[in-house]
Design a protein around this ligand. Structure first.
Ligand code: GLV
Ligand code: MN
Ligand code: MN
Length: 402
């Protein structure tokens, strides 16, 4: 497994020791090719669906009507991301299939190791898993957070189409469940010196594209008191968003992760600013409250500078509870291996939250050094990666016994 993990980490490798594999980039496409050819060389079946999700399949029973237990994660990354986010779960899933293939014997379900399309949201976010769950809608595609043109171009280049994505939907009756191994991306396990996290729930999130429209102008000749400067409104908005999150929504988070000014030059007052806003909470009502508070504050920031404010919804996930029986099965598997366990929630989004709407879903976390993620410094000790893979395998065995 380590050899495979290292091979995969070399695809799209960045100088800081991470990987950059945004959805459908050359590096992402190469990583996906690597996955399918590795599955084939292991003697597993392979399959690509209408949403571009890629699977390795192990049929453990003669019946073609057996349900399938899916194990997976994603091979795409954020720009300039780390090597573990998503990739560890895919490689471990593949190796669980290889282990069962080598051991032989029947299970009460078939096994599928799946690499979901666009988990990170370069284009949409949870695109492949929502398509499988049947929760992808034309409206979600219309408001794609990476922009509509990028979505259309990316799908075309991957040989996919917007219309056909919906055909990836699976019949819930065909599924025995979904399990995902992932790095924690936070520091709770490390701080408490715990080896395995059993995830009970995943955070909800909403994202918005904010457009601030002011007036451009000459930076030397437009008097300071006659400006409608979109950059200044953006600065006000960024500070207001942080203040609201900290003051009124402790435990929740709000981020403006990208700012683009137009036209963007030393000597031109910015006439336009585009902001990428995202906020997250474990509670659905709190998400509603955050939405009105945060968007209200941004409008106020614009008005204070004489700027027009547009807000465009650009994606959302509901806070999601994971299946208690899956949690119990993972806990039994980890205990049997003598590993220490903590139940926790996830502040990061995951494909499991899309799958949870159609099949019992569970997640296993392993510690992240320093809690660092979405950064090239992302690191999980190799022993912890192995522990996580063994717990994934053990959870499959627990479910098979049930
Ligand atoms: C995905 O990693 C997310 O939480 O944005
Ligand atoms: Mn991930
Ligand atoms: Mn991620």
């Amino acid at each position: 497994m380590r050899q495979d993990f290292e091979s995969l980490s070399s695809i799209g490798a960045t100088r800081g020791g991470g990987v950059s594999r945004p959805t459908f980039s050359a590096a992402h496409t190469a990583a996906r090719r690597w996955f399918l050819s590795r599955a084939e060389s292991a003697g597993l079946g392979t399959h690509i669906d209408a949403a571009g999700n890629q699977s390795a399949v192990l049929r453990t029973r003669p019946s073609q009507y057996a349900r399938v237990l899916m194990l997976g994660s994603h091979l795409d990354s954020v720009p300039g991301g780390g090597r573990y986010d998503g990739a560890l779960g895919v490689v471990a899933a593949l190796h669980v299939l290889i282990a069962f293939k080598q051991a032989g014997g029947e299970l009460p379900f078939d096994l599928e190791a799946i690499d979901f399309t666009d988990e990170e949201g370069t284009l949409v976010g949870l695109l492949g898993s929502k398509a499988i769950a049947g929760t992808l809608t034309p409206e979600i595609l219309e408001s794609a957070r990476g922009g509509h043109e990028a979505l259309t171009a990316g799908l075309k280049q991957a040989g996919l189409s917007k219309e056909r994505l919906f055909q990836a939907r699976r019949d819930p009756g065909s599924l025995a469940g979904y399990l995902e191994l992932h790095i924690e991306q936070g520091s709770r396990l490390e701080r408490e010196k715990v080896q395995i996290g059993v995830v009970t729930a995943i955070v909800g999130s909403r994202s918005f594209l904010i457009v601030l429209r002011g007036s451009g102008g000459h930076a030397g000749t437009t008097p300071m008191d006659q400006r409608r400067d979109a950059a200044v409104a953006a600065a006000r908005a960024i500070l207001a968003v942080r203040e609201i999150a900290v003051r009124d929504f402790p435990g929740s988070v709000a981020t403006i992760g990208d700012v683009r000014l137009e036209p963007g030059a030393f000597n031109v007052v910015a006439g336009l600013a585009r902001l990428a806003l995202e906020f997250r909470s474990q509670d659905a009502d709190e998400l509603d409250a955050m939405e009105s508070a945060v968007l209200g504050a941004i409008r106020f920031s614009g008005e204070a500078e004489g700027i027009d404010v547009e807000t465009h919804a650009a994606g959302s996930w509901q806070p999601t509870g994971l299946d208690p029986r899956m949690c119990d099965a993972t806990e039994r598997a980890a205990s049997a291996l003598g590993l220490t366990i903590k139940r926790l929630t996830s502040g990061a989004g995951h494909d499991a939250q899309a799958l949870a709407s159609i099949t019992p879903s569970g997640m296993i976390f392993v510690p992240s050094v320093g809690g660092v993620s979405h950064d090239p410094r992302e690191l999980t000790a190799w022993d912890d990666c192995v522990n996580g893979a063994n717990v994934l395998l053990g959870t499959v065995q627990e479910l098979a016994r049930r």
